[in-house]
Design a protein around this ligand. Structure first.
Ligand SMILES: Cc1cc2nc3c(=O)[nH]c(=O)nc-3n(C[C@H](O)[C@H](O)[C@H](O)COP(=O)(O)OP(=O)(O)OC[C@H]3O[C@@H](n4cnc5c(N)ncnc54)[C@H](O)[C@@H]3O)c2cc1C
Length: 578
């Protein structure tokens, strides 16, 4: 069987799904090839990784576009809680339906792409891919004008001979403070998650004999394991000692042992309040974090994500922190699974990313003219991948790549030829499709929203939930944030509507029996995501937090300030204060 398409997307994770839907909606004839029976990649019910991105660490940031559309449909259809809901099979169905709704899109599920055939006329170009449909035992040849490799592992690009990197760059190569002194082959590992539920009566767990013993909490040092509902990301194994692609099967075998060993620890060693808990799901498809990165005309690096480079060809964005796990994962048991975990403030500061943009030049292969990438295999360094790999970010990348494929089809261009002339059109098209691009304005004169005015029929004073109420959140991350204390410094960025700040009132909860001194600083920010307040400190004040309970504390400021600007108030660390 043989078919011909404008665009073939290989890999039906969130990046590939967004790419395929975006291009099909704009009129391209698209094939989406996915080697497993469900869409969603790591977010699917087979792996159940929660979707994150810029929205988790940045107020006012939210992945819009196709991902937001899928999320809204999910909340409409899915009765599971948000935290675990995106990993339920209802989420698989939401993605399946989004794809099935597109008349220009053919979905090949359970169909691994196995081989790439290069063009006989121009051997640098991909001509077609050879796939094998599981179950029917059919070979399917798909011929395309453009290809997007959204396989995570860069399976298609690898077969073409396109340049890729795997492992860690040396610190000096891109001046990356988080890179090792010398380059090596280490990558982040793969994980299996699990799900547990309370059945209401005590249930024993008898472990198999072939699992390692984790009999004391020392064996799981740094690896907090009180909330068991959705498994642990730190049950992770990779390089060293295993190669995340070549040793995939071995990694699964070792991960299954580790999941059961951790569960045995929770059930049978120490009091983990787990008597009534049973395992009701164990992942069997290792979720991968890192393998090949395919090289484009631009390689994103640490400074691009920590300083928020604004590329002229920006088409996508991210904002998760630079999340690089400890080499060896759970096998490196004397080290924390990630250097800032749990809650090491000095390490958190080094890894903070602002909302950053992703350039189009990182989304196509520099070697194969009709090949683009979407997802974690784009052109970034090992360090930058620490944040670009988030699935919310991969979704914005996917939508951008699919939209670019449409423009390539419209103008009969190859991806590289879109830069620079067609980038403005690409950016505006993305905004029109509900995308967001940092600091880029919608310039469509026909868009009535440009002249719209916002009015409010009523207003309410800003109030914060306190005490018990503050802990009643659905999402564990929100719960965590509401209860987090000043053991590290905390800041709030806010806009100004008058030319003066006389004072700022802080709601402070003290768990101390004596009054405590807190240092507070006020800084000016360049924009809403300039958390470091690069315009400098305007005021430093010391205030006293009364003991035992909640009180409002006034911080005198007495400054004339600029209208329409952003300011940051920071309360410096003080234990016992929330
Ligand atoms: C345990 C764990 C925790 C994580 N935590 C988070 C988190 O909290 N939030 C977050 O956003 N991200 C998290 N990540 C990272 C994130 O899941 C990945 O970086 C992300 O899934 C990459 O997206 P992708 O679309 O590029 O790849 P994937 O999600 O891996 O999708 C690629 C798809 O391509 C398919 N494929 C591969 N080869 C072929 C082939 N030859 N033919 C056809 N199809 C193929 C695969 O089956 C897969 O479905 C975590 C990862 C892990 C493993």
């Amino acid at each position: 069987m043989s078919e011909q398409y404008d665009l073939i997307v290989v890999g039906g994770g969130l990046a590939g799904t967004c790419a395929a839907v975006a291009a099909a909606r704009l009129g391209c004839r698209v094939a989406l090839v996915q080697n497993r029976p469900v869409l969603g990649g790591n977010s699917s019910s087979e792996i159940r990784v929660p979707i994150g991105g810029a929205c988790d660490f940045n107020p006012w940031a939210r992945e819009t576009g196709l991902l937001e559309e899928f999320f809204l449909e999910d909340r409409f259809q899915n009765t599971a809680r948000i935290w675990t809901g995106h990993g339920s099979s209802t989420w698989d169905y939401i993605l399946y339906k989004a794809v099935a709704n597109e008349k220009n899109l053919d979905l090949y599920l359970d169909t691994p792409a196995q081989k790439v055939l290069m063009s006989e006329i121009n051997p640098k170009f991909i001509d077609s891919i050879v796939c094998y449909e599981n179950g029917s035992e059919k070979e399917i040849i798909l011929k395309g004008r453009l290809f997007i490799d959204a396989t995570g592992d860069g399976v298609i690009a690898y077969q073409t001979g396109a340049e890729f990197r795997m492992g860690r760059e040396a610190r000096s190569e891109f001046e990356e403070s988080l890179a090792p002194e010398k380059a090596d082959s280490y990558t982040q590992g793969s994980s299996l998650l699990f799900h547990a539920k309370d059945v209401g009566f005590p249930v024993p767990f008898s472990p198999p004999e072939w699992i390692p013993q984790l009999s004391s909490d020392e064996d799981l040092a740094f690896r907090t394991h009180h909330d068991v509902e959705a498994g642990y990301w730190w049950i992770e194994i990779g390089n060293p000692p295993y190669h995340t692609i070549a040793d995939h099967a071995n990694i699964r075998k070792e991960l299954v042992k580790m999941v059961l060993a951790v569960w045995d620890h929770i059930k049978n060693h120490g009091d983990h309040q787990a008597d009534r808990l049973v395992l009701d799901w164990i992942g069997m498809v290792p979720g991968k974090r890192e393998s090949r990165r395919i090289m484009g005309d631009y390689i994103m690096k640490e400074k691009d994500v920590t300083y928020g480079s604004l590329f002229d060809d920006r088409v996508a964005y991210g904002g998760w922190f630079v999340d690089i796990h400890t080499p060896g994962g759970i096998l490196a048991k004397d080290l924390p699974p990630e250097p800032s975990f749990p809650g090491k403030s000095e390490e958190i500061g080094k890894r903070q990313a602002t909302v950053y943009s992703i350039p189009f030049r990182s989304l196509y292969s520099k070697d194969i003219p009709n090949l683009m990438m979407a997802g974690r295999d784009i052109s970034v360094t090992h360090v930058a991948l620490g944040t670009t790999r988030l699935m919310g970010t991969c979704s914005t990348i996917g939508q951008a790549a699919g939209t670019a494929a449409y423009l390539c089809t419209k103008y009969s261009l190859q991806p590289r030829e879109l830069y620079p002339e067609k980038i403005h059109e690409l950016q505006q098209l993305l905004l029109k499709q509900d995308g967001f691009i940092p600091q880029l304005k919608n310039g469509d004169p026909k868009d009535l929203a440009q002249d719209a005015q916002i009015t409010a029929s009523s207003s309410a004073k800003l109030q914060f939930l306190q005490g018990e109420l503050a802990t009643e959140y659905d999402h564990p991350r929100q719960r965590m944030i509401s209860m987090t204390g000043l053991e590290v410094e905390r800041a709030l960025i806010f806009p100004i509507t008058s030319g003066r700040i006389d004072s700022i009132d802080l709601s402070i909860e003290s768990h101390l029996s004596e009054p405590a001194e807190i240092e507070v600083t006020l800084k000016k920010a360049k924009h809403i995501w300039d958390y470091n307040g690069s315009e400098g400190i305007l005021k430093k004040q010391k205030v006293i937090a009364p003991p035992n309970g909640v009180s409002w504390v006034k911080v005198p400021i007495n400054l004339s300030v600029d209208l329409k600007s952003f300011y940051i108030i920071t309360a410096h660390s003080q234990t016992g204060i929330f």
